[in-house]
Design a protein around this ligand. Structure first.
Ligand code: NBG
Length: 839
């Protein structure tokens, strides 16, 4: 049986149920049944996708059993539940992950083989839900995994976008965006719950009235109502029965709301309403920064937050708990400011709909909410114009005014006569055409505020949120990000997982600190040898994949030097390119030069409207076209751009990397999480003192980390002292030569203008200090190249990186949130047998 650890089914003499059994024969039969009864196909005409669906339903049945028991237990035991509010989730493909968590990978592999099929081929059929842009959405997914694994009652709330993040194709070296129709072939992992639909209001006006008891009340008369329908996806924990819920809301037209009166005799008008309503959750905004002034975006945010809070209140009242205890039963986490409108919405629901008085409602709200900030970039701090906001959410605008007035009264008392403080702290930015500051709303309405890495939290306290820190230092804490080792090691790197587990057992999968037991093995030659064989095999896999998908041959013995993340100037993919061009120039000057062969691998999407990011992609592919074909290079440099970086594709990349590029301008990357995934899989990091890099370096040891570049303080100082990038160009011959080669049109068929915006931008502005860090980066890369020659030392260093990476498990992060912010405890789920449950 696949159950172990705390997955205790009460066993006894029992015939395996077709929908819960784990034996190979039962699984094989279940797949065949589902092919027939769910897909409506027989083997002669079934496609691989049909078999994938049949298998997915087979696995879902086994999860359902656990899911139902989990929901039942939470209801019966009246437990405190974590509610994670996030506009984005990037869970990645579910099937493989569920096999790992259920502990039935080997059985399923055999059952699939017994059906004449190949499990890897079926896994490849799954279309991942790309419901996020990058780190923030993926973090939410890692946290959902850890919550379930730690047996913490939790619901993730979000939006069921019909089109997720676009698929990226590269044509003529440029990024092209293709719509992501991920639901086209159905989604076996979700269950719609139309019976739990809720109504969400938009627009209109407010009016006051006096209720029966003579109280002053406000009523919101909306212009439009949209129905939110929840779609639930089970989130299984690793080797536990706990299966939590990811509840994503889809917008539909309501059946009621004057639909008939409105559209009497107007059939087309009625259909129109349906279309406009459904537009709301049609598409994810593909930007990693807020979109200024897009009404639909604000509608999306309010829509999913209102649905979720209404749902929570319903659950609470169903349990017959008084509203005053709401915050004892729910901890609501705001994943960045996108759901911050929830603070005003909970106030509205409590005050207007449930008639609670303001002070009590405010206590409940502050106690329930906590806020995580994910960025330091000032342009990423979300604000909404009063005009737009008031038009869409007239009642919330009033509530925000009220919150602000009461808040500023407090501030006034503390800072007598200091009008600057009032202006700085206010929820309203009076300068730039009157805007609502969502981060301020989140801070005022939450009892806890956190950053996502130590440096980031410090910079919040001294930078963007400094006034709030001065006011309420006790609200602030740091929660360094983490990632789940189930997906990011066990699932994607079975070879490494087996090597580790054979030597130190399996406990590390749930207690990542146990990887420490690997440290002594770094001095064991035969272990090191096996480690190298594993790495070599994984690198060969990636080489094969690149060969088949792109027809490009890469050398598995070269350094796989990888930068995979969203394209943004602060992440400095162009600094990486300057290194490549510098190496290329060295070869052109001296074709005989000794050089450790490198394969530069890039992956990542650029926001469709971010011209500079897209130009950097073009530069990479252009340099690749020239260098990969140049006979002088003799395979010492290869450049690969892997299109469509998403969870699925990333899973091939992390395990194969030797070198992880984490080269953002210090003080700009809040944390980074890719940095953790690379290290866990035995890559060494070349990085700046930014985000979680700092803590990774502390954990693995400075001697096992390639550090370069300015510190956050030095960056700030240099920018304050009128930074002159041109001076670096003038004084550094190699840098000048690299930039000149790009400007000359060498990589653009003689067109000297193509990359001018990039080169000119660097020479005259260089806001992210690429030129200032250039030499330090080149020197550091030279020592990487040297070090790779000594494979024994390199391997030892890689092993030590993995042995010391335990802190960066999302389990550790979630434990900290549970203790310091949410005050929730694990709830053990026991399985009732289905046969009994039915009776
Ligand atoms: C991103 C940061 C990353 C961080 C993730 C997860 C946003 C707004 N922020 O550095 O850029 O790792 O959040 O915290 O997407």
């Amino acid at each position: 049986s696949g159950q172990s650890d705390s997955m205790d089914v009460q066993t006894g003499p029992q015939i395996e149920d077709d929908r819960t059994g784990f034996s190979i024969e039962t699984l094989r039969r279940a797949i065949a049944d589902n092919l027939y009864y769910i897909q409506g196909k027989f083997p002669e005409i079934a496609t691989q996708y049909d078999y994938y669906m049949a298998l997915a339903y087979t696995v879902r049945d086994r999860i359902l059993h656990r899911w139902i028991n989990t929901v039942k237990t939470y209801r019966e035991q009246d437990v405190k539940v974590v509610c994670y509010l996030s506009a984005e989730y990037l869970p990645g493909p579910h099937l493989g992950n569920n096999l790992v968590n259920l502990g039935i990978y080997p059985q399923v592999e055999q059952a699939v083989r017994a059906s004449g099929l190949d499990l890897n081929a079926l896994l490849a059929e799954e279309e991942e839900p790309g419901l996020g842009n990058g780190g923030l959405g993926r973090l939410a997914a890692c946290y959902m995994d850890s919550l379930a694994t730690l047996e913490i009652p939790a619901i993730g709330y979000g939006i069921r976008y019909e089109y997720g993040i676009f698929d990226q194709e590269i044509r003529d070296g440029w990024q092209v965006e293709i719509t992501d129709k991920w639901l086209r072939l159905g989604n076996p992992w979700e269950i719609p719950r139309p019976e739990n639909a809720v109504d969400v209001k938009f627009g209109g006006y407010t009016e006051s009235y006096t209720d029966d008891q003579g109280h002053y009340r406000v009523r919101w008369v909306p212009h439009q109502v949209v129905k939110g329908v929840p779609y639930d996806t089970p989130i299984s924990g690793y080797r536990v029965n706990t299966t939590n819920t990811l509840r994503l809301w889809k917008a539909e037209a309501p059946e009621s709301f004057d639909f008939q009166a409105f559209n009497l005799g107007d059939y087309y008008g009625a259909v129109d309403t349906k279309i406009t309503s459904e537009n709301l959750t049609k598409v994810l905004y593909p930007n990693d920064e807020p979109i200024q002034g897009k009404q639909l975006r604000l509608e999306q945010q309010y829509f999913f937050v209102s649905c979720s809070l209404q749902n929570l209140l319903k659950i609470h009242l169903l349990r017959e708990d008084p509203l005053e205890t709401f915050a004892d039963k729910f901890a609501i986490q705001l994943n960045d400011t996108h759901p911050a409108i929830g603070i005003a919405e909970l106030m509205r629901l409590l005050v207007d709909e449930y008639l609670i008085n303001w002070e009590i409602a405010w206590d409940i709200t502050q106690e329930a909410f906590a806020f995580t900030n994910h960025t330091l970039l000032p342009e990423a701090l979300e604000t909404w114009s009063l005009e737009l906001f008031g038009r869409l959410l007239p009642r919330h605008l009033e509530i925000i005014y009220e919150i602000n007035q009461r808040f500023l009264d407090q501030v006034r008392l503390k800072y007598l006569g200091n009008t600057d403080k009032l202006a700085q702290l206010s929820l309203l930015d009076e300068r730039r055409g009157k805007r609502i500051r969502m981060a301020h709303l989140a801070c005022v309405g939450s009892h806890a505020i956190n950053g996502v890495a130590a440096l980031h939290t410090e910079l919040l306290k001294t930078g963007v949120l400094r006034d709030f820190y001065e006011l309420w230092p006790e609200k602030f804490s740091n929660k360094t990000n983490g990632v789940t080792p189930r997906r990011w090691m066990v699932l994607i790197n079975p070879r490494l997982t087996q090597l580790i587990s054979r030597n130190i057992g399996e406990s590390w999968i749930k207690q990542l600190d146990d990887l420490r037991q690997l440290a002594p093995l770094a001095n064991d030659p035969s272990f090191c040898h096996e480690w190298r064989q594993v790495k070599r095999a994984v690198k060969q896999d990636l080489a094969d994949y690149i060969q088949t998908t792109q027809g490009l041959t890469i050398n598995p013995d070269s350094i796989y030097d990888v930068q995979a993340k969203r394209f943004h100037e602060y992440k400095r993919q162009h600094l990486n390119v300057l290194h490549i061009v510098t190496l290329y120039n060295r070869i052109k000057h001296n074709p005989e030069i000794e050089m450790t062969p490198r394969t530069f691998i890039f992956g990542g999407k650029a926001a469709p409207g971010y011209r500079m990011a897209k130009l950097i992609i073009k530069l990479i592919t252009a340099v690749g076209d020239a260098v990969n074909q140049d006979p002088d290079v003799c395979d010492r440099i290869k450049i690969v751009f892997m299109p469509d970086f998403n969870v699925t594709n990333s899973q091939r990349i992390y395990p194969a990397a030797d070198l992880s590029e984490q080269i953002s301008t210090a003080g700009k990357e809040a944390s980074g999480t890719g940095n953790m995934k690379f290290s866990m899989n035995g890559a060494l990091t070349i990085g700046t003192l930014d985000g979680a890099n700092i803590e990774i370096r502390e954990a693995v040891g400075a001697e096992n980390f390639y550090l370069f570049g300015l510190t956050a303080q030095e960056v700030a100082d240099l920018k304050a002292s009128s930074y002159n990038p041109r001076a670096y160009y003038d004084s550094n011959a190699a840098l000048r030569e690299a930039l000149d080669l790009i400007s000359s049109g060498y990589f653009s068929h003689g067109d000297g203008s193509l990359f001018q915006p990039l080169v000119e931008g660097l020479l005259h502005h260089d806001p992210y200090l690429v030129l200032a860090d250039y030499q330090s980066y080149i020197d550091c890369q030279d020592s990487v190249g040297q070090a790779f020659q000594d494979q024994e030392t390199w391997t030892r260093t890689a092993i030590l990186n993995v042995a010391r990476i335990g802190k960066f498990s999302s389990d550790r992060a979630i434990r900290e949130y549970c203790q310091d912010i949410w005050h929730v405890d694990p709830v053990h789920i026991k399985l009732e047998e289905y046969v009994q449950a039915k009776a």
